[in-house]
Design a protein around this ligand. Structure first.
Ligand code: FEO
Ligand code: CA
Ligand code: CA
Ligand code: CA
Length: 641
């Protein structure tokens, strides 16, 4: 996410407790059993951490050094190839407009091209590890790059193009070679190729569907929303669908001078970061206040069914969701973890009422579980100073969640998940980004990317789970639930505090064993058990004062048994490394490079012709493009070994 968003996220003014204790990461042990038995069988092949791949050294590659060049660097013996950059046609039959290097494509073109600023990404196999679908998010737009004439003037057509560059893409890819590069290419045309934009129809399901606060003049039933916004992280469900989080949706709305308490709590501003409301009044909250409530949901997409309608799952709560990740209990109920990447916001989990159903005759697993995420209970986390913690139900009528406190029903509890969590005394976290689930060991990991406001005057102080004031480096927290993923108490500790152990400043020091990094964002546990960590640092945030210079954003691999963290790749200048998925054989890794050369300058301005990056095309003076990258070992071996 672009730097400018970082300063806008704080809106939690509730008086929830801080614990004022510094965590000792070494003092806590995992004490509970995992989910043995679930690893095999029908779900085993799709659950992270469950597939049986050949054994070998967990981390067998040679670390790459930190970098500041406009290149993508992978270890010796690996290669990396860009694929499906912003603007590439996705492969809709008869409608494949080529990307124009001057950004001259229309909104209609953009609707059938890769969107901007790729983020979360998932591989769905069609034929083992050689042919499948990639589904990915397009988080936001850099409007200086998106339009030939930049971002200083606006029109309805430019708003439409920006909206078309948002959302989600489904593309089909195939390996047409052998050995090192494996020749991954987009299959075009493809019957699976789809784009979901900021104006595609989504149905609304769960307790908030049809709620009075979800109804608008254009949708008096409150059950169909146009579009998904600011989709950040992704995951794959055990039943074969794609989950995407609507993150910083508040910045798309103009609220005007008279913001009410609800709007303020959700970070609405007088004027948003985008100028859509000038040409699309849906985003003018003065005229359509409920439109705001229709974003901030977890979105579920069935990429295998090109006719399927995507769904906003309100039972999972409304939040500035980074994403959502599914674990399974022993009796096969889904436990969906999520958090919101905003300063001092919360971590959630949803436990489904029903078990996951198996695919049947003529019915895919996705279709068999089309209502699974609509029935269940949402909880919010409180992390205790003693290394324990509890999950508190966000259920209407529970404790303070009553009509007297502004919650008419369960739908309103979910639409106002933040306010409900405030009243329950949930722990205010340092910006929860991606989660990763170790299904076999029963562990959950979460990146807390940073929070420079922690401990600042008038702001919450440190607590055990968020132990550093001016937390510019971030940390990775992990926990294990009591007995099973549906446990209502947990034991937690920190896997690592990011930073440089050689730095004397408390906020920059950290306890990394291995290569230094900061601001963990993307996260995945692969089938071999490697924890992959991706970073989203910002130059002005990280390089000020005496703070250590860490270099371009990077991806690292962690051996959780030894604690070693080793740098696997570095990205081009001013990019963010995000999204990671592998083919089932562990031999092809797909990541996304987001916003290479990110800069606040207007690219159409002749006074600022110099661009920080022109990756991946390296066209002289050309526009940088977010892109997927395929990573292979040159000998075709397992990634990471
Ligand atoms: Fe979109 Fe929290 O990163
Ligand atoms: Ca991002
Ligand atoms: Ca992110
Ligand atoms: Ca981030």
């Amino acid at each position: 996410m672009a730097k400018d968003f970082e300063t806008m996220e704080f809106s939690n003014f509730s008086a929830n407790p801080s614990i004022h204790e510094v965590c000792d990461p070494a003092r806590r042990l995992w004490v509970q059993g995992g989910l043995a038995g679930l690893a095999s069988g029908v779900f085993g092949s799709i659950l992270p951490g469950c597939a049986a791949l050949p054994a070998g050294p967990l981390l067998g590659f040679k670390a790459v050094p930190s970098a500041s060049t406009d290149t993508l660097v992978v270890p010796e013996g690996y290669n990396a190839t860009a694929l499906a950059a912003w603007g590439e046609p996705i492969g809709v039959a008869g409608n494949m407009p080529a990307w124009l290097a001057d950004a001259g494509n229309s909104a209609a073109d953009q609707e059938v091209q890769m969107g901007m600023h790729h983020d979360g990404i998932e591989f769905f196999p069609l034929d083992g590890s050689r042919h499948g679908l990639l589904v990915m998010n397009h988080e936001y737009t850099d409007d200086g790059l998106l339009h030939p004439d930049g971002m200083n003037t606006w029109s309805a057509a430019k708003v439409r193009k920006a909206q078309a560059a948002h959302g989600v893409a489904v593309i089909e890819i195939e390996s047409r070679g052998e050995g090192g590069k494996a020749g991954w290419q987009m299959v075009r045309p493809s019957r699976y190729a789809r784009r979901f934009t900021a104006y595609s129809p989504f149905s609304v399901a769960g307790p908030a569907a049809g709620h009075a606060l979800m109804r608008t003049a254009a949708d008096p039933q409150g059950r169909t929303v146009l579009g998904t916004l600011n989709n950040c992280a992704s995951s794959q469900t055990p039943w074969g669908t794609y989950l995407s989080g609507e993150e910083n949706f508040a910045f798309y709305f103009d609220g005007g001078d008279k913001l009410d308490a609800h709007q303020l709590r959700w970070g609405m501003r007088k004027a948003g970061f985008y100028r859509w409301p000038e040409h699309d009044e849906r985003f003018d909250a003065r005229k359509h206040p409920n439109e705001f409530n229709r974003f901030g949901w977890v979105v579920e997409i069935d990429p295998m069914d090109p006719q399927s309608t995507p769904v906003k799952r309100t039972a999972l709560g409304r939040a500035a969701h980074e994403g959502a990740w599914v674990a399974l209990t022993r009796d096969r109920r889904a436990v969906v973890y999520s958090g919101e990447d905003a300063r001092f916001e919360y971590i959630y989990k949803f436990i489904s009422r029903d078990p996951v159903r198996l695919a049947g005759a003529g019915i895919s697993a996705a279709q068999a579980n089309r209502d699974l995420l609509d029935h269940g209970t949402l909880f919010v986390a409180r992390f205790s100073a003693d290394g324990g913690g509890q999950w508190m139900p966000l259920v209407h009528g529970n404790g303070p969640l009553t009509a007297a406190n502004g919650f008419a029903d369960q739908g309103e509890v979910l639409i106002k998940t933040r306010q409900a969590s405030d009243l329950l005394g949930a722990t205010k976290m340092d910006r929860p980004e991606w989660f990763a689930i170790d299904q076999q060991r029963g562990e959950v990991y979460c990146n807390l990317t940073n929070n420079s406001s922690r401990g600042a005057p008038g702001m919450p102080g440190v607590d055990a789970a968020n132990p550093r004031a001016n937390n510019v480096m971030g940390n990775i927290i992990r926990w294990k639930e009591r007995d099973d993923f549906d446990g209502l108490t947990m034991q937690w500790n920190h896997l690592v505090l990011a930073g440089d152990p050689a730095n004397a400043r408390a906020e920059a020091k950290g306890n990394i064993k291995g290569d230094i990094f900061a601001c963990p964002d993307g996260l995945l546990i692969d089938a071999r058990g490697v924890l992959w960590i991706e970073t989203d640092m910002h130059a002005t945030q990280m390089y000020k004062g005496e703070l250590v210079r860490i270099g371009n954003n990077q991806m690292l691999a962690c051996d959780r048994a030894s604690g070693e963290i080793r740098r696997f790749l570095t990205g081009p200048v001013n990019c963010e490394i995000t999204g990671v998925t592998l083919t089932p054989d562990g031999r092809n890794m797909f990541i996304n490079i987001q916003h290479p050369g990110e800069t606040p300058t207007d690219r159409s301005d002749p006074a600022t012709p110099a661009r920080f990056s022109n990756w991946p095309d390296y066209r002289v003076g050309g526009r940088p493009r977010s892109s997927t990258v395929v990573i292979r070992r040159t000998d075709g071996g397992l990634i990471g070994t």
